[in-house]
Design a protein around this ligand. Structure first.
Ligand SMILES: [Zn+2]
Length: 146
């Protein structure tokens, strides 16, 4: 057969390599993280969505002071899921480093109250000495404490 490969598997052009696929998936994830970050920052009105501090207020108390994006559930817990499920405004919240650390240490927990996640109202809960969760306050608007 003219033009056919002697190896049946090579009769058709090769698709992207595993490395190319992995790089493409990584670029897509980075783009989704950035888009989510930008949307969360816009929603937050410049404030930590847990304590309400601006970065300038955080800078007076802590180093580093640049606010970070916290995912609830964590990136570790959603590994392997599609990027759009791991990073979106329903599960991502803007947090100053002290609040972010407290969330990671499971001493503070932002808890969405509706299916809209952090796009809607949520409780900010604190871990009690007997390891239960107690609501400290409810946030009705992104980034602004009552
Ligand atoms: Zn904070």
């Amino acid at each position: 057969m003219a033009g056919a490969s002697s190896h049946p598997g090579l009769a058709f052009p090769k698709g992207p390599s595993r490395a190319q696929e992995k790089a493409r998936a990584h670029r897509l994830e980075v783009a989704i993280i950035k888009a989510t970050h930008d949307a969360v920052w816009e929603r937050s009105l410049g404030l930590c969505e847990i304590c309400g501090d601006s970065e300038a207020e955080t800078a007076a108390k802590a180093w580093p002071f640049l606010h970070q994006m916290h995912e609830e559930p964590s990136r570790a817990a959603t590994r392997g899921k599609p990027p759009s499920e791991r990073f979106n405004t329903r599960i991502c919240i803007r947090a100053c480093p002290p609040c972010h650390s407290a969330c990671t240490a499971r001493m503070v927990r932002p808890l969405p109250l509706t299916a809209t996640g952090f796009d809607g109202p949520y409780d900010v809960q604190l871990r009690t000495p007997d390891r239960e969760w107690a609501t400290a306050y409810t946030v009705d608007r992104g980034g602004v404490k009552p």
